[in-house]
Design a protein around this ligand. Structure first.
Ligand code: PLP
Length: 398
C-alpha cells in the first residue's frame, strides 16, 4: 500500500481523540461531560420540519436547494448574518464583507489557505481548541502557545512572542473559550486588535459561542476595535441553529472575502444549499430570536446545576472557571493528579470528561491536572448524577 502524506499524522492525532470521545459517549450508561455538542432539546427539529415542507417544493425554493450554488453563499443567509448576528455586536458589514462556509471549522482551513506558508508561526491561547491547531499544522505552520489568565491572553506575553517569533497570525477564541469557558476582557480585546494592526498580523477571532450568554455583560468582539482590516471574524451556526447543518460564516474586508471566495471555489465549490435555505428561512420568519431565548434558558439551567455541583461536591484545592456562557467549564486539580490516567477510572465509574492535556499544543507546556467539563449535552438530572460519580473519583485521587 502506498505511504500517506506527512500531514495525515496531524489529522490522525485529533481524529483519535474525537473517536475516543465518541466511543465513551456511545456507552448508554456513561454520563459524558466530554463532548462539545449543544443540548439535543435545543435543536429546532419541529421548526425545520415545517419550513422544509413549505419551501422545498418546485414552485418555491426546491430547485434552488438542489442546484449548484454560489461560493459566497445565498443572499438571505448572508443578510441574516449581517442584520441579526453582526449588527447587534456593533459590526457594520455589507454584503461584500460576508461569506457563508461549511461550518466554523472551514474558516480555519480557508484562512490558512489565504495566509500560511510552511514554517510560519501562529500564536494560540494556552489552552486552546486543538482542532484548529491541527489545521494550522497541516499547513506546516508552527503553533506557539501564549499565556492566558482569567481575562484571556496575557498581552505582555503575546507582544514578547510577537517580537521573538514574528508570527503571521494569532488565533483567539475570546468569548466562552473552548476549552476553558473564559472570556477575554474588554481591554484585552482592544489590545489584541491594536497588536494586529501595529505588527501587521492576522487576528483570527473565532466566535462560535458568544450568542450563548447566560449572565454578565455583553462585550464587543475584537473585530469591533479593528481599524486596519487585520482582524478576521469567524462564526458558526452550529450552536445557535444546528451543528449537523455544517454552516458558518466569515466577516472581513471585501478584498479578503474575494480571496476566501477563490479558496472556497477551489476546495469545495460552495456550502450545502439545502441547509443554507432552511437556516435562512429560520431567520426570515423571525424564529431565531425566540429560539435563542430557549437555547439560553436550557443551557443556563445546565450551567447553574453544573456550577452548584462543582461548588458543593468537589474538595478544597480544586479550582474552576465560572463561565458566563457557552458549553464548558475548566477544572484544575492539584498538580499531582493526572487527569488523563484518571479518565480510565472515571469511565469504570460510568462518567467521562475531556482530559486537559488534549488542549495544549504539542511541545509546549502541558497542564496534565486539568479537565474540560462540558455541561451542554447533559440533562440537569444527569449532571447531578455524573458529578457525584466524578467527585468520588477525584476525591480518591486527592
Ligand atoms: C472554538 C471553536 N471553533 C470552531 C468550532 C467549529 O464549529 P463548527 O461545528 O461550526 O465547525 C468549534 C466547535 O466546537 C469550536 O469550539
Amino acid at each position: 500500500m502506498p505511504g500517506f502524506a506527512k500531514r495525515m499524522a496531524y489529522m490522525q492525532s485529533t481524529a483519535d481523540v474525537i473517536r475516543y470521545l465518541f466511543e465513551s459517549m456511545t456507552d448508554p450508561d456513561t454520563i459524558s461531560f466530554g463532548g462539545g455538542a449543544p443540548a439535543k432539546e435545543a435543536l429546532p427539529v419541529e421548526l425545520i420540519h415545517g419550513i422544509a415542507n413549505e419551501v422545498l417544493t418546485r414552485d418555491r425554493r426546491g430547485v434552488q436547494a438542489l442546484q449548484y450554488g454560489n461560493p459566497i453563499g445565498i443572499p438571505d443567509l448572508r443578510q441574516a448574518a449581517i442584520d441579526r448576528l453582526l449588527l447587534p455586536k456593533g459590526l457594520q458589514a455589507g454584503m461584500e464583507n460576508v461569506m457563508i462556509v461549511s461550518g466554523g471549522m472551514e474558516n480555519m482551513n480557508l484562512v490558512s489557505n489565504l495566509y500560511l506558508e510552511p514554517g510560519d508561526v501562529v500564536l494560540v491561547e494556552s489552552p486552546t481548541f486543538v482542532q484548529a491547531v491541527q489545521v494550522f499544522r497541516m499547513f506546516e505552520a508552527q503553533c506557539i502557545a501564549c499565556e492566558t489568565d482569567n481575562e484571556g491572553l496575557v498581552i505582555e506575553d503575546v507582544e514578547a512572542k510577537i517580537k521573538q517569533h514574528h508570527p503571521r497570525m494569532i488565533y483567539v477564541i475570546p468569548t466562552f473559550q473552548n476549552p476553558s469557558g473564559r472570556t477575554t476582557s474588554l481591554e484585552r480585546r482592544r489590545a489584541l486588535a491594536e497588536l494586529g494592526s501595529r505588527y501587521d498580523i492576522v487576528i483570527l477571532e473565532d466566535d462560535p459561542y458568544s450568542e450563548m450568554r447566560y449572565s454578565g455583560d455583553v462585550l464587543p468582539p475584537i473585530k469591533y476595535f479593528d481599524k486596519t482590516g487585520n482582524t478576521i471574524y469567524a462564526n458558526s451556526f452550529s450552536k445557535i441553529f444546528s451543528p449537523g447543518s455544517r454552516l458558518g460564516f466569515v466577516y472581513a474586508e471585501k478584498e479578503i472575502i474575494k480571496k476566501f471566495y477563490d479558496a472556497k471555489t477551489a476546495t469545495n465549490s460552495h456550502t450545502n444549499v439545502v441547509t443554507q435555505i432552511l437556516c435562512a428561512e429560520f431567520f426570515n420568519r423571525g424564529l431565531f430570536e425566540p429560539h435563542l431565548k430557549l437555547i439560553r434558558d436550557i443551557h443556563r439551567e445546565r450551567r447553574d446545576v453544573m456550577m452548584d455541583c462543582i461548588k458543593s461536591m468537589l474538595p478544597d484545592g480544586v479550582n474552576y472557571v465560572y463561565p458566563d456562557g457557552g458549553l464548558f467549564t475548566w477544572v484544575e486539580l492539584p498538580a499531582h493528579v493526572d487527569t488523563t490516567s484518571m479518565l480510565e477510572e472515571a469511565k469504570q465509574h460510568k462518567v467521562a470528561y475531556m482530559p486537559g492535556k488534549e488542549f495544549f499544543v504539542e511541545g509546549q507546556p502541558i497542564h496534565n491536572n486539568c479537565m474540560r467539563v462540558s455541561f451542554g449535552g447533559v440533562t440537569p438530572e444527569n449532571i447531578q448524577i455524573g458529578m457525584e460519580r466524578l467527585s468520588s473519583v477525584i476525591r480518591s485521587k486527592m
